[in-house]
Design a protein around this ligand. Sequence first.
Ligand code: PMP
Length: 399
Amino acid sequence: MSLLSSVALAPRDPILGLNEAFAADPRPDKVNLGVGVYRDAQGRLPLLRSVREAEQRLVGEAQPRGYLPIDGLAAYDKAVQALLFGEQAAVLAAGRVVTAQSVGGTSALKIGADFLKRTLPAARVAISDPSWENHRAIFESAGFEVGVYPYYDAATHGVNFAGMLDGLRALHVGDIVVLHACCHNPTGVDLDGAQWAQVIEVLRERELVPFLDMAYQGFGEGNEGDAAVVRMFADSGLAVFVANSFSKSFSLYGERVGALSVVTADADEAERVRSQLKRVIRADYSNPPTHGAMLVSTVLNTPELRALWEEDLGDMRDRIRSMRRGLVARIAAHGDPRDFSFIVRQRGMFSYSGLNAEQVERLREEFGIYAVSSGRICVAALNDANLDAVATAIAAVSA
Ligand code: PMP
């Protein structure tokens, strides 16, 4: 008997499993709306102009690759802070924010979770119902018990806001609340500014710890508009954790670029928190990789490249919005009497389409259109060539 004979087969990742089934499907007009990746009007994964240009400049001035500091490239961390909190932010001027480069948004969440487990060992974690499926896994792997607070209301295709506030009020003092800063994954449904203000009040009353996850900055209302939520939290006086990612906004999925920022009470606390974050990182992956952070930092810190990036990001955002409008219009054109206009109001890459698991299965079997069984579709995978087929199929299976 082998030492590892008792190891059970872990369940397959549902979205990656969907990709495998898609790849094996011989139908030429198949469409993959499963995975959360932005594709351009031709259905390709883009290489942004700003990234290509930054890469050429970096090759031209090639540097040796020493280790980065444990908390990452300083110019990168500083640029991240300005993007999240604003160049002139009072919390930055006061030295209250600690930022550590991370291995994508995923490791920003994990570093924060590991740090919080050491700092608040008795806390529990609440994630939205539903949430990005890895939130639960990340916080559980850090040793937390993970529960949910109400979020999505299938009847209105909006937020069950009263339920959400009640759910937050029912948490224990000191619990950690994971919130999607913009472009909620998987539903596409966000809170408005007045609702965020109420959430902050409840967190303050109940002494809860906000952990904002911002994986889609720029895809909702643009960089500044989407950062407004982070800035409201930063100005609230609460200790705030922010995980951000450039996987989507720079189309740098495989480079693994993200950061964890913590808003602390004062500069002294910030330095103590930084020292503990570094301990967590040191024992996890020692220090982060160079290339992606160099690219992002070069773009953010070079005015003409930054302008190009903002343009490309704006184009991605506008294209997704136009696909949302196109999808709703085409479904209606198929004579479907139901109102799908909620798809236009949703933000970011995803839409909870309202289709159930059975309808999603019919989409796949009858039409070669792949979506997540929850009914989540990636609107960023639509284009003029597949839009009509998708609308026809949705109208057919939901009739
Ligand atoms: N949070 C959310 C809500 C996400 O959707 C994702 C990516 N799918 C991440 C975090 C992780 O981002 P990254 O790929 O940069 O690790």
